[in-house]
Design a protein around this ligand. Structure first.
Ligand code: ADP
Ligand code: MG
Length: 678
């Protein structure tokens, strides 16, 4: 039986249960097992292994936010684990013992310090920060370190970021090793206090730590899922999928990358407190590079970006290391002794743990790249009914007011003397363009004439050498891309930039990023206000998608990577419209579409125009330009060589020359059209 038919057979009893119910049942079963485990398997060593597994699951969940959700490769994650651990360790041990003075009385009343007889007869301070205060405090300290470290480095991408984080991960343990007065150096902190709860001292009993650890994992799973399914998580995933498109859709990349970094660091900080409270000691080598790699391996093994995958990966690999392999080793050893083989009798699998992890990873890469529990499942194909469903809504109920602008509002764009240079190349040279309120202005010109560069400079993607771009009277040159979207300019890209692994609906929801308010806390708590906002956002997304009738609506839940070319274009236009723009920039929207699709899209853009939306359009197909545009600007070598009504421009000598080459004589408007409609 193949694996597919095995899993089909296993799934059969659940076939009648909805996806959501199935997930709820599984979660409940896992939770019940986790709660009952120490009661049915009363072995302190194994319970301790399980507590460690839960601790690593917490770490994996934090790193999953950074690497899995946001796509920032962090090779020094254990540094934040260390920072959290030492924050609590230093504040609840004998490491620091300043002389007692009246200054400390307030803290004594708060239970943060105790008076202790010192060696020289006087009294000294003993720090006794409660474990329960240590948790949030360490999370805060680690998150702050994440922000401080991330602010200058998160501009870097890919390999560069990985190397810098690797350096950070190396430096933190080195600092702890050498700052002996604060950390006791390589010997580590000793006598870190155990937690108390309602008068009960956890001491060295593994069970209470186990329960704290599983509660922690539970909370972090909950927070991870809530974050992922919110405005915050969508912004993170947008950055991972396509940074430029994310910025153009209103995501403040710096802020959201920092937020991801800080959230991941906070998870690690929390976990660090629990980890060393359980061990009651902390040494710098507990947080060395291999720990960062191990956590990364766990999420790769479990499925990058998958919350339950991170947990499963961490639990399986940790238990393999601390429970199953030692048990296997001792079995093999006794076998070795029985048959008198000294080699077998001394075999210890845990010595080769790195090799074993390596082999596991190689097999995962070969046979199951997406990990144990993949973050994304390929969508099932549409049924015949879905494909042929008639959802004819079009623009029927859509109003301009639902988009960004009120009737009579100024939505004009005025470009004066815009010049853009790339090194020695002048892509735009002192360009003047006017887009009046409610107008549709087209920009045409040969390839490389600077049309896309014009869009890039309007939307803040490339800087201008000089000039001015005023939108609704306000200078927007020099603003960030996300600020320009906030002001009501949305765009599409010539070579479609969607968020490929996300669904059509998610893509269109990200378009609304700047119009929604939910913050990280709101996302996790999901209070009624947040729910309402989210529901309204989904309704609005579906309303926008419905502009394209049954082209997109039945595919709302499908990932965009599987869509046809024309549908990806439609999704990108929907995403821009979802941001409630006052001015829409379309860069060759009909490129690559067949004549029927071109006609359909031209109709839809015309409907937008009739609603009163202001549109700036780059288009090659002259018949489309003629039907849609009020004014046409012709760019050549970065300069406006002609502008006017479409018919006038088509007769212009210079335009003909630009299109047909400098030496073309006696060209006619007819041939221009033939050339560019084809
Ligand atoms: P169009 O959209 O009209 O085909 P573009 O605006 O894409 O033309 O390009 C105009 C010119 O600027 C081309 O010569 C192109 O190679 C150059 N160019 C565009 N973007 C960049 C960039 N980021 N770096 C360097 N050169 C660029
Ligand atoms: Mg272009």
């Amino acid at each position: 039986m193949s694996t597919a038919s095995v899993s089909a057979a296993l799934a059969r009893p659940f076939a009648g249960i909805s996806e959501e119910r199935r997930r709820a049942i599984l979660t409940t079963l896992v939770a019940i097992f986790a709660v009952l485990f120490p009661l049915v398997h009363n072995d302190q060593g194994d319970i301790d292994s399980m507590a460690n597994a839960a601790i690593f699951a917490s770490l994996a969940l934090g790193l999953n936010i950074v690497v899995g959700f946001t796509g920032l490769l962090d090779l020094g994650y254990a540094a934040f684990f260390a920072i959290g651990a030492y924050t609590y360790g230093i504040l609840n041990s004998f490491q620091l013992h300043p002389d007692w003075s009246s200054f400390w009385v307030v803290f004594e009343h708060l239970g943060l310090v105790a008076k202790f007889p010192g060696s020289a007869g006087g009294s000294v301070v003993h720090f006794t920060l409660s474990f329960w205060i240590g948790l949030p405090l360490a999370a805060l300290v680690a998150a702050s370190c994440g922000v401080v470290f991330g602010a200058p480095t998160l501009r870097l991408k890919g390999d560069y970021l990985a190397i810098v984080t690797l350096g950070f991960g190396e430096i933190v343990p080195i600092v702890f090793r050498n700052w002996a007065s604060l950390t006791n150096g390589a010997a580590g902190l000793n006598g870190v206090g155990a937690p108390h709860l309602l008068g009960y001292n956890f001491g060295v009993n593994a069970t209470p730590y186990y329960y704290v650890a599983i509660v922690l994992v539970g909370v972090l799973i909950f927070a991870s899922i809530r974050l992922r399914e919110s405005r915050i998580g969508r912004a993170w995933m947008a950055i991972r999928e396509d940074e430029i498109a994310a910025g153009a859709m209103g995501v403040n990349r710096t802020r959201f990358k920092l937020l991801a970094f800080a959230t991941g660091a906070a998870f690690a900080g929390l976990t660090g407190v629990l980890f060393i409270a359980k061990l009651q000691t902390a040494t710098p080598d507990m947080f060395d590079f291999p720990v960062s790699v191990m956590i990364l391996v766990m999420i790769v093994f479990g499925g990058i970006g998958s919350v339950w995958g991170a947990v499963a990966g961490a639990v399986i690999l940790q238990l393999l290391q601390s429970w199953w392999l030692p048990q296997l080793s001792s079995l093999v050893d006794s076998l070795g002794r029985a048959i008198g083989s000294p080699w077998l009798a001394n075999l210890d699998f845990t010595q080769g743990i790195e090799l074993i992890f390596g082999i596991i990873l190689v097999f995962m890469m070969l046979y199951r790249r997406q990990g144990l529990i993949p973050a994304y499942r390929p969508p099932s194909a549409l049924s015949f009914e879905q494909q042929h469903a008639v959802v004819q809504r079009g623009f029927g109920e859509l109003k301009l007011s639902a988009l960004g602008s009120a009737a009579g509002e100024d939505t004009s764009l005025t470009i004066r003397g815009a010049t853009v240079k790339f090194g020695g190349l002048t892509a735009l040279n002192a360009v003047d363009i006017d887009v009046p309120t409610g107008g549709v202005v087209a920009v045409i010109g040969p390839n490389g004439s600077g049309k896309s560069t014009l869009f890039n400079v309007i939307t803040g993607l490339v800087p201008a050498e000089s000039g001015s771009i005023r939108f609704r009277g306000e200078e927007i040159l020099g603003l960030h891309d996300y600020q320009i979207l906030e002001r009501g300019i949305a765009r599409t890209f010539q070579n479609i930039r969607l968020f490929p692994t996300l669904t059509v609906l998610q893509n269109v929801m990200i378009g609304q990023h700047a119009r929604l308010r939910t913050g990280p806390l709101g996302a996790v708590l999901r209070l009624p206000g947040t729910r309402r906002e989210e529901k309204a956002a989904i309704d609005w997304a579906m309303e926008i998608i419905a502009i394209f009738g049954n082209r997109l609506t039945p595919r709302a839940g499908q990932s965009v990577s599987g869509l046809s070319y024309a549908n990806r274009r439609r999704t990108e236009i929907s995403r821009a419209l979802a941001s409630r723009p006052k001015l829409l920039l379309l860069d060759e929207p009909t490129a690559g579409m067949n004549p029927a699709e071109t006609l359909e899209l031209a109709e839809q853009i015309k409907a937008l125009k009739e609603l009163g939306l202001t549109v700036l359009l780059i288009e090659h197909k002259l018949d489309v330009v003629t039907t849609l545009a009020d004014t046409v600007y012709v760019l050549d070598h970065g300069e406006v060589i002609a502008y006017g009504k479409p018919d006038e421009v088509r007769q212009n000598e210079e335009v003909l020359r630009a299109y047909l080459g400098r030496n073309a004589q006696a060209a006619t408007a007819g041939t221009v059209e033939a050339e560019h409609v084809a």
